[in-house]
Design a protein around this ligand. Structure first.
Ligand code: NAG
Ligand code: NAG
Ligand code: NAG
Ligand code: NAG
Ligand code: NAG
Length: 439
């Protein structure tokens, strides 16, 4: 336990454990130059991105030496071990890989969501789609780089080259798989994959969530699904589409074929919602697995509208290996508008319902809606521009709580963990979840 602020506030003295890292060298260069020449600046920022990208693609053994987190956050001192081992009732905390994505003008929301969901044990990948200018991506990376905590834990990454995401088409599936593949390469440690859009927000702290998830089997998948396909769904699923993002360099309107096709009979089709909490095992099955089911379904869904809501539930429920791991509840609080087509924006009126639902996340929110400040204040105990204080923050209460680090694996769950525990217990009680699995 030591205050690392003293070493990190001075960018000219890089910390010994990362002086070999080209990333920290670049940061140092960027900050040291009093009057950065625009061309040099752009060049450095661009190299930064290539390095980020290369880092994510190099072999895991190499990247693990490059992205080793600050030892203060992961102390290996015996004292911690002993204290930790005595507490046999609490299993070691799991870790979550977050993909946080948005469009033009969403940088601020992405950062806020990052602060609100931050924990040093997790991994984060930030993505701005091609509608946002490259300068926004660069600015985002620079903000991440200049944050003492993110720099020390080395767990926040920005995708330098954007993927096309056309929500009504199939490109979101390819984007999600791409991001999950990067996260699998970046870290061997994470247990669940969560993809958040910039209009979502958490309803519990990461300490609450990781604490509750440490008691769950690591192969559980939380995703809303149903094989009931009424006329309304059928009408939505039968069209053949071609997503422009898959073959045109400039996004245009989606292409609809004049003919429609029958629903599949070679496998059962499931519909669901685009949000889910998926296990690492399952993501590896989809990306690296030798079973061809994920790829066959990928090809089928490439011509189907709104594929992201249906791809993962269909793969899960058609696979003998995974169909028993599905929980038919995504732990997301969302309210549809009166036409039941789109999500209605949530506001302060929804606060109590949202909290009592026991959900982990909620969506959708308008940018900087006052209800987000309410959640920060009452639930997350977060002050503007800083991360949610957790068991790893040992500083004085206030803005600098998280600049003095303790062991990242010590969680301090609060009231949110009780709400979540109640919701999960209800979900899993007396085996009722089995009767709602893949139906
Ligand atoms: C899982 O798949 C197996 C084999 O296809 C099937 O017998 C079983 O009923 C499925 N379980 C669920 C919950 O769908
Ligand atoms: C997911 O399913 C749960 C329970 O079936 C339901 O309460 C919730 O509204 C669903 N979420 C979405 C986004 O449809
Ligand atoms: C919240 O949204 C609902 C439905 O759109 C609306 O009736 C209500 O007045 C809103 N409340 C506030 C505080 O804006
Ligand atoms: C935290 O920082 C904000 C803005 O930087 C400031 O307004 C607030 O007074 C600070 N709070 C404490 C407790 O230092
Ligand atoms: C089992 O679940 C059903 C349906 O949710 C509920 O009505 C019943 O009380 C539960 N039984 C026990 C023993 O928890």
């Amino acid at each position: 336990m030591q205050n690392p602020g003293t070493t990190t506030t001075s960018p000219t003295t890089p910390k010994p454990q990362c002086s070999s890292s080209s990333l920290s060298f670049l940061t140092t260069t960027l900050i040291k130059d009093p009057k950065p020449k625009p061309i040099l600046y752009t060049f450095l920022a661009l190299s930064l991105f290539s390095i980020l990208l290369i880092l994510s693609l190099t072999s895991s053994s190499r990247s693990s030496t490059h992205t080793r987190p600050d030892p203060f956050l992961y102390p290996t001192h015996q004292t911690h071990r002993i204290i930790y081992d005595q507490d046999k009732t609490t299993p070691p905390p799991p870790s979550i890989a977050y993909l946080i994505s948005g469009s033009k003008g969403d940088s601020g929301r992405i950062l806020r969501l990052l602060y609100a969901t931050y924990h040093p044990l997790n991994q984060y990948l930030l993505h701005l789609d091609p509608s946002a200018p490259q300068s926004d991506r660069e600015k985002l990376a620079l903000v991440v780089q200049s944050n003492t905590v993110f720099e020390a834990a080395k767990n926040v990454h920005v995708m330098g080259k954007p993927d096309f995401v056309y929500v009504k088409g199939s490109s979101p599936v390819s984007f999600t798989l791409h991001a999950a593949a990067i996260l699998i390469r970046l870290s061997l440690r994470w247990d669940w994959f969560v993809s958040l859009s910039a209009d979502s927000y958490p309803l519990v702290t990461q300490d609450d969530l990781l604490h509750i998830m440490s008691f769950l089997p690591k192969d559980m998948n939380f995703v809303n699904h149903s094989s009931y396909i009424g006329w309304k769904e059928s009408k939505k699923l039968k069209p053949i589409i071609v997503d422009p993002g898959l073959y045109l360099s400039e996004g245009t309107e989606m292409f609809y074929a004049t003919q429609k096709r029958e629903l599949p009979s070679a496998y059962r089709m499931f519909t669901g919602s685009s949000f889910s909490i998926l296990s690492r095992n399952f993501m590896e099955f989809c990306i690296l697995g030798v079973d061809n089911l994920p790829r066959i379904l990928l090809m089928y869904f490439s011509n189907t509208p709104s594929s992201l809501s249906n791809y993962f539930p269909t793969v899960l429920c058609n696979s003998r290996q995974f169909n028993k791991t599905v929980i038919n509840q995504d732990l997301l609080y969302a309210v549809y508008d009166s036409h039941r087509n789109n999500l209605r924006p949530l506001n302060s009126t929804d606060f109590d319902n949202m909290i009592h639902s026991g959900a982990v996340f909620a969506k959708k929110f308008q940018p900087d809606d006052p209800v987000l400040d309410l959640i920060d204040q009452k639930i997350l105990n977060r002050s503007p521009g800083s991360v949610v204080p957790g068991g790893w923050c040992l500083g004085e209460p206030g803005n600098s709580t998280c600049l003095t680090w303790g062991d990242a694996s010590i969680l301090r769950p609060g009231k949110g963990s009780k709400r979540l525990e109640k919701a999960i217990v209800e979900l899993l009680s007396n085996g009722t979840f089995r009767s709602r699995q893949c139906i």
